[in-house]
Design a protein around this ligand. Structure first.
Ligand code: HEM
Length: 520
């Protein structure tokens, strides 16, 4: 399941090896601002959370419209979406969007990454995937500092949140970040502007970079930031947090202050509900959990040299650090030939190189054990499995039955070593197709998926381009090589977003190798 795989990858592999565009760099430390100078007084982690709120809050759950659908990208000119957070965030997320990961899923992932990274112990809001991006702006109706309390509560109600939920969700949101003089001069006066805070950011609580209960306690006790500018500002009409918190005589705020555990669990469930508020036509995936032992970038390629042809079978096994003595682990890959008969099991070992193959993220460190081996093309491969042995405890995760492991398709696959995409968009794709003598090969094709800019939002559209591949040659081993070249738009900012599916019909069967990257 590519959606699950990709989102799990973005959730877990946030820094270091295999982190791709490296999402976490934007919010490390949590005071960081990734789109401009640090002296602006803006914080990216807080922006990511606010963007999700604005995207969500115009949902109409009874009508089944709005919610997390990235419609916010089309709505940044609206007065209710004041501030640079929206375009800052969408432009940072744009290079992560691909055929399976929508901008709306990135907005959800942004919230989860902010909260998970800016808390200790790390607070994990569950992630689901499958959100679909809107193709135009949606309804108006984000609460603003001027909005009267009844209208604010009505807007939340329409989005599925009652009074208690709305108070708690706002307190959970307003534990990170600031109100800025630059966007909200009616709330924060010019005195907040200093050479190190040119945007005039005034924090909601004394720890703008930590997702914690402090905003609640400071509000109730009148200490520190006393709940922040939307409580304390001299301009009574824009005290929206005060009006909201007091609307049930502070009962919800007092409830939240019970304990850190209570605050955290309330925030987790409300944030998850916010992120999972989607148009009724959207079907969300199950919760995506980190996978302990995960094969990544496992692929086949067909190589030729003087000694003839062989299949290159390569990839890595990612192991999470909650396992003991990771460095000493013995990681083996075993596989069966094309026939799937377990009488002939092949084995190779995957090696960990501490200098380069380590990554990290909010779930802990990851260790990539790489393997790279050859397979006789006449034998092929059908299933592989992974065993991880800890020699210090003699424990292992051996699964005796390889067929219960991972299927791998050796009849049609992209030949990555002979496929290219350059900065001008010149693309070439080569595929290997295996057929037994009785089968004819028909309709060998490739479909590229790539981002194209949209006017009106920073979020890209994913376009596709399909082409037929033509036969280059057949070989003794049973493999025929097909290729074609084409022109993609030039200047795609991140070639990693370009993916290709190859397909061929063998007899009555259509075989595919999907969601492959030509550039890593
Ligand atoms: C009545 C409801 C709300 C109102 C009127 C409101 C209003 C505001 C305003 C005026 C700002 C300042 C933005 C800036 O100067 O950049 C702000 C910041 C923020 N809001 Fe809210 N908000 C509400 C509810 C929420 C909720 C429910 C969440 C999240 C679940 C949230 C998350 C945030 C965050 C994280 C910031 C800090 C942004 C930054 O530092 O860049 N807000 N809010």
């Amino acid at each position: 399941d590519h959606l699950y795989d990709e989102l799990e990858h973005l959730l877990v592999d946030q820094q270091g090896f295999n982190s791709g565009a490296n999402m976490k760099r934007a919010i490390e430390p949590c005071t960081n601002y990734v789109n401009g100078p640090q002296t602006l007084g803006r914080t990216t982690a807080a922006q990511w959370l606010r963007v999700a709120f604005h995207d969500f809050s115009t949902a109409d759950v009874a009508a089944g419209t709005g919610g997390l659908d990235a419609s916010i990208g089309w709505e940044t000119e609206r007065e209710e979406n004041d501030g640079s957070a929206f375009n800052d965030t969408l432009s940072f997320f744009a290079p992560f969007v691909n055929r399976h990961v929508s901008m709306a899923d990135m907005i959800a992932l942004g919230v989860i990454t902010s909260i998970g990274s800016c808390s200790s112990p790390s607070i994990h809001v569950p992630l689901r995937g499958g959100r679909i991006d809107a193709t135009e702006g949606g309804a108006f109706g984000v609460p603003a500092p001027e909005t009267d309390i009844q209208t604010t509560l009505d807007q939340f109600e329409q989005a599925g949140f009652n009074q208690q939920d709305s108070i708690a969700l706002t307190a959970c949101g307003h534990t990170l970040g600031s109100v800025h003089h630059a966007g909200f001069p009616q709330v924060v006066g010019p005195e907040a502007v200093t050479p190190n805070n040119t945007g005039g950011g005034e924090h909601f609580d004394s720890t703008l970079d930590v997702f914690d209960i402090l905003v609640v306690n400071e509000y109730l006790e009148g200490t520190g930031k006393r709940g922040g500018p939307l409580v304390t500002t001299d301009n009574v009409t824009v005290r929206s947090d005060l009006r909201l918190y007091e609307s049930d005589n502070n009962a919800t705020m007092r409830g939240l202050s019970d304990s850190t555990e209570h605050f955290v669990s309330r925030c987790i469930s409300l944030m998850a509900r916010m992120l999972d508020t989607v148009p009724s036509s959207t079907v969300l995936s199950d919760v995506i959990s980190p996978v302990d032992v995960k094969p990544v970038n496992v692929s086949l390629d067909l190589m030729e040299d003087e000694s003839g042809q062989h299949i290159l079978f390569s990839g890595s096994i990612r192991v999470m650090s909650r396992r003991t003595s990771v460095i000493d682990l013995v990681v083996r890959i075993s596989w069966l030939d094309r026939t799937g008969r377990s009488s002939s099991v092949f084995v190779t070992e995957a090696k960990y190189d501490a200098a380069v193959q380590k990554g990290s993220g909010m779930f802990g460190d990851t260790f990539f054990h790489a393997f790279n081996t050859t397979i006789d093309p006449s034998l092929g491969i059908s299933f592989f499995n992974v065993t991880v042995n800890d020699p210090t405890t003699n424990q292992s995760d051996v699964s005796a039955d390889i067929v219960s492991g991972y299927p791998i398709e050796d009849r049609v696959f992209l030949m990555k070593s002979r496929s290219t995409v350059d900065d001008e968009g010149n693309a070439g794709v080569t595929a290997a197709v295996f057929s037994s003598s009785s089968q004819t090969i028909r309709n060998v094709s490739a479909t590229f998926s790539f981002p194209t800019p949209q006017i009106g939002t920073m979020s890209p559209n994913i376009s596709t381009l399909s082409l037929q591949l033509t036969s280059l040659k057949s070989t003794d081993s049973g493999y025929a090589v097909f290729n074609a070249s084409t022109q993609l738009p030039s200047g795609i900012p991140n070639a990693y977003q370009i993916t290709v599916d190859v397909a061929a019909s063998l007899g009555d069967e259509e075989i595919t190798d999907t969601f492959r990257r030509i550039k890593s």
